[in-house]
Design a protein around this ligand. Structure first.
Ligand code: FES
Length: 133
């Protein structure tokens, strides 16, 4: 049912934890399953220099948040904003259809953290990050 990559990121999630004095923190949840994802970003000169996450959720939610952190670490904000849930699913070699919403949560967690970053700079995030559910 799950790819080897999903199992790997579930069993050995990368970048778990919190960042003290993070530049952006985003928390999102799915009201249907009750899962919650929290993403912490350290941003320097428009580059995401560090990222950590905490996920209270299913195995796929842990795997998608883990790989999402790998996909944005060291990238510019612009590149991170282009991260789609589809790219997350592809990087994991697929997810079962009932678990696709877990990858949406990962994309939203990254965007929520970036929105928080902009808010802290006194910038309205909506035109840049888009509307978050
Ligand atoms: Fe809801 Fe996975 S079941 S995030």
């Amino acid at each position: 049912m799950y790819s080897a990559k999903v199992m790997d990121h579930f069993a050995n999630p990368r970048n778990v934890g919190e960042i003290e004095n993070a530049d952006g923190v985003g928390e999102v949840g799915n009201p249907k399953c009750g899962d919650i994802m929290k993403m912490f970003l350290k941003i320097d000169n428009n580059v995401i220099t560090d990222v950590k996450f905490k996920t209270f959720g299913c195995g796929a939610a842990i795997a998608t948040s883990s790989i999402a952190t790998e996909m944005i670490k060291g990238k510019t904000i612009d590149e991170a904003l282009k991260l789609t849930n589809k790219a997350v699913v592809e990087a994991l070699d697929g997810l079962p259809p009932v678990k696709l919403h877990c990858s949406v949560l990962a994309e939203q967690a990254v965007k929520a953290a970036l929105a928080d970053y902009y808010r802290r700079q006194g910038v309205d995030p909506e035109p840049i990050v888009g509307k978050l559910e």
